[in-house]
Design a protein around this ligand. Sequence first.
Ligand code: F6R
Length: 254
Amino acid sequence: MKLLILPDAAAAAARVVDEIRDLVDEKPDARLGLATGGTMEPVYQGLVASDADLSRVTTFNLDEYVGLSPQHPQSYRSFMEARLFGPKRMSRKQTHLPQGDAPDPEAEADRYEAQIADGGLDLQLLGIGANGHIGFNEPTSSLGSRTRVKTLTRRTRDDNARFFDDPDEVPRFAITMGIATILDARHVVLLATGSAKAEAVAAMVEGPLSAVCPASALQLHRRATIVVDEAAASSLALRDYYETVHPGGAEPEL
Ligand code: F6R
């Protein structure tokens, strides 16, 4: 794992924007895996403000709530349209999410998995839940899992209630890429900011590889870049070491 500790959330998000820009500059038709959530908002703001050319990329989001139509204001499709796809004029043809209101959610999950596998992903962007989830792979998700329907934990539903008028409206199920689907991406970039993520970040990086912390599966990835701010880094036992290797998030001088 490459662990980059940036001074604050804005600097951490800017670093992630740079990773995406560098990829798209090098490979204009890159296949990008995207995430939603509060942590990603400054990333998409940064991308929209940048001159990054996303006209030829293809995107696949991690997850979508079961039961919400793409037009539902709280669907992840709506989140992405408002923050990135609309402002960057990206078409429906190039942007993909599981269809939350598909009549057969399990079949939709299989279809989505096959669509991702047909070309793979050059970069998968991830946030992390306070319980260590990635995508909606909640604790004890199989490390070998593929895209499927998952039941959300009470904690995840409570954390996401802030996006809904009524907390009871938070769906109970989501279609999510699996952990093995995520591990297949050629590069994984996880962004975590704020002290509420500190314990999850420590468990992901320094804890045992365990389905209890799904993000710890990234320890198996050959190219995982973890970008955190100081608050999210605050529970890391080897923090001094990471800061020695990548001072201020910079590449080491060999
Ligand atoms: C979102 C997703 C989730 C979030 C995580 C963090 O598509 O898959 O894993 O990345 O729940 O959410 P925030 O950033 O809102 O704390």
